[in-house]
Ligand binder design. Structure first.
Ligand code: FES
Length: 163
């Protein structure tokens, strides 16, 4: 089993709120993602059993939501918005800077497995462009200095946790 007891309990508790099991798919994907860090076929299989919904419906729903990574990622998944508002306010430069700083290209993970860098469509934080999301946290009005601090803080946090 990949999903632990706590995640399964969250999913089954949430299922009780809905008249249709299908309505629990998105929350179930979210809980699974929070525990595992990505979603893939083995996770879909377990969710299919827990929710009692065909595997293909779980996989279809997951494929629609790009915010769920479909393969293993680093401890910190950095999603930099490259949509119109962020692009107009320098997102491309931020992306180039982060690739240089982390020593990886878009879609790659640092060798220490700490950071995965991807670019994404609008995250809904346009008024504070350019912005990015790291795991569940938004970082807005990005500058090179802010990026330096964010990455340093995250690295320190990981080191503190012994990872
Ligand atoms: S365009 Fe970047 S958050 Fe909307």
């Amino acid at each position: 089993m990949i999903l632990n007891d706590a995640t399964i309990k969250e999913i089954t508790t949430r299922m009780e709120r809905y008249p249709s099991r299908k309505s629990a798919i998105l929350p179930a994907l979210t809980y699974a993602y929070r525990q595992v860090g990505h979603l893939d076929a083995p996770v879909y299989k377990e969710l299919s059993k827990i929710i009692d919904i065909p595997y293909v419906e779980i996989a279809e729903a997951a494929s629609f939501y790009t915010m769920f990574p479909k393969k293993e990622v680093g401890r910190y998944l950095i999603q930099v918005c490259h949509n119109i508002s962020c692009s107009l306010r320098g997102a491309d430069n931020m992306l180039i800077y982060m690739q240089e700083k982390l020593g990886i290209k878009m879609g790659e993970t640092t060798p220490d497995n700490l950071f995965t860098l991807i670019s994404v469509e609008c995250l809904g934080g346009c008024s504070a462009a350019p912005m990015m999301q790291v795991n569940q946290t938004f970082y807005e009005d990005l500058t090179r200095e802010k990026i330096d601090k964010i990455l340093a803080d995250l690295s320190a946090e990981a080191e503190k946790d012994g990872k």
